[in-house]
Structures are given as structure tokens and as C-alpha cells.
Design a protein around this ligand. Sequence first.
Ligand SMILES: Cc1cc2nc3c(=O)[nH]c(=O)nc-3n(C[C@H](O)[C@H](O)[C@H](O)COP(=O)(O)OP(=O)(O)OC[C@H]3O[C@@H](n4cnc5c(N)ncnc54)[C@H](O)[C@@H]3O)c2cc1C
Length: 286
Amino acid sequence: MEHIYHAAVVGGGIAGYSAALSLKSLNIDCLWLGESLFGDKVTKSEYVRNYPAFLGNGVEFFEALQRQKEAEGVKFTKGRVNGIYRLGDRFDLMTDKETYSAFAVILCTGVDLKGTLGGEREWTGKGVSYCAVCDGAIYRGKRIAAVAASPAFAEEIEFLAGFAEKVYAFCPSVTAFEHKNIELCCDQPRSIEGNSHVSRLVCDEKTYDVDGVFLLRNAVPPDVLVGGAKTDGAHILVGRDLSTNIGGLFAAGDVTGLPYQYAKAAGEGLVAAHSAKKYLKEIAKI
Ligand SMILES: Cc1cc2nc3c(=O)[nH]c(=O)nc-3n(C[C@H](O)[C@H](O)[C@H](O)COP(=O)(O)OP(=O)(O)OC[C@H]3O[C@@H](n4cnc5c(N)ncnc54)[C@H](O)[C@@H]3O)c2cc1C
């Protein structure tokens, strides 16, 4: 029989870690899923001086977190969640490889500091996709653009090239691709345009005629990840208990809004964990 976790935490940053740590101490059966352990921002901090009881650089902060994680026995599962779907009293979380189920979900997915492309929200689902594995096959024989946030997405661009006739790839620090139908572009994408469906990616130097645009990033807008979630721009709307408009869905950290700070993210992770426990009691799952 499939295992249904009491709670799933999505996002490997500080908010996610704090939520997973708190759920563990609350004795809640929890799955902590994320792209990378402690997130990709932690080691980039030059000096962390505003987190209680810590002074040091980002690498030292990472090491301190790692020591605590090991000592407390908090488990981390690597994986990117491509979609979260409500099915009766549970949520299904789809990753590239597996589908997991949980009765409550805490979204700790951070924000993409580079912001959104013009037209991105308007064309989501009408030619704008955030998931190569989910939507790549739709573009068999078509022309697409892949705008990646980092070289880590090069593999997904190669994957897309297995379907598409042509891929215009915007991928920092990558100098070559294996598939011959990938054209490496150094232009700066600015906006996505179309009529009833995406038809153009407008960049600084030129405009590319495309049938679809893949935005390959670590942080997907929360309402794209969970259909029906109420947002304000890049942020998901939450109450003081960090509940969202969807029963059983909570959020914590940068994804809920400013200030973007570790201490706020950690505090919210803890509050969201307690709120998730309260919810699980109310629906009689614990
Ligand atoms: C260079 C730099 C220096 C900073 N220095 C400081 C500082 O000194 N002090 C301070 O207080 N703050 C600092 N910050 C801000 C701090 O990094 C953020 O406030 C904090 O990381 C927020 O934590 P979070 O868990 O909400 O989000 P993040 O740290 O962004 O973590 C979110 C994680 O979720 C993952 N994710 C997103 N979507 C999915 C998905 N669908 N499936 C799986 N995983 C997903 C992302 O890959 C990411 O790893 C700094 C930020 C930067 C960029």
C-alpha cells in the first residue's frame, strides 16, 4: 500500500529545514523534499550577522546547519516538485521520478530574485511551461525557447531537444550542447508575446519565433505549483498561522513575502509546522 505522509515540506532552504526540524520534534511523519540541501543561497552569503547565535560566512552557516541536521536526524530527499494536486483529503506531489502523498503540505519554495519575464504570467499554460519533463513532449517537432536560471538546467535543455525541432537555449555559463538542434543564444530575454498562444520571445537583440517557452528555474510561482493558490505577485497569501486559502496547504519563508531573511524564514517554518499539526488533528489524521 502506498505511504501517505502526515506532512510534506517542499523546499530545501532555511524555511523548509526549520519546518522539517519542527515537524520531527512534534513527532509528525514528514517528508522533506527539495532541489538542494539548505538551498542554493546559503553558501553565497558573504557574512551572516543577523541570525541569532551565529556569526560567520555562508559556508560556515551551511556547516552549522549540517551538523544540527545530522545530530537531530532530519532526513532530506532530493527532488524537484513539478506539481501539487489536491485529491480528497490528501495532496499528491509529483517529482520527475516519483509521486508522493501527504495530508498537509508546507510550501517553502523561496522566490526567484531575478523576477519574472514580461508576459510570463499571462501565457502560463498557453505556451509557457516550467517543467521540461512534464511538458516537453507537447512540443514534438516544434520550435521552443528554454530560458534557464543556471547551468544546472543544461540536462533539461538536452531533454527538450529530444522532442523539439529547434531549441533556442539561454543558459548561463554553458558553451556547448550535444544535440545539434540546440542553438545557444547569448541574448537577454525580456518578454513573451503571442495571440491566443505563445508565438514570440522578445530579447534585447532580436525576437525569436517560438511555439513555447520553458522557464527553467528553481522557484516556480506558487500558484503554478498548486493550482488555485491565492498569490500576490511572486508571494503566496497566508494568514498569521501561515495557512493559505487551500485547506492543509501552508507556506513559510521568502515565498510568503518580505523581508527576505533567514530568521524570518526559520521562524515561519516553525509556525507553519505547528499549524500543520493543528490541522492534522482537526482532520483526525493524528
Ligand atoms: C547572496 C545572498 C546573501 C544573503 N545573505 C543573507 C544574510 O546574511 N542574512 C539573511 O538573513 N538573509 C540573507 N539572504 C536571504 C536569505 O538567503 C533568504 O531569506 C532565505 O534563504 C530564505 O529561505 P527560504 O527557505 O524561504 O528560501 P530559499 O533559501 O530560496 O530556499 C528555497 C528552496 O526551495 C527550492 N525549491 C523551489 N521550488 C522547488 C520545487 N518546486 N521543488 C523542490 N524544491 C524547490 C529552491 O531550489 C531552494 O533551494 C541572502 C540571500 C542571498 C541571495
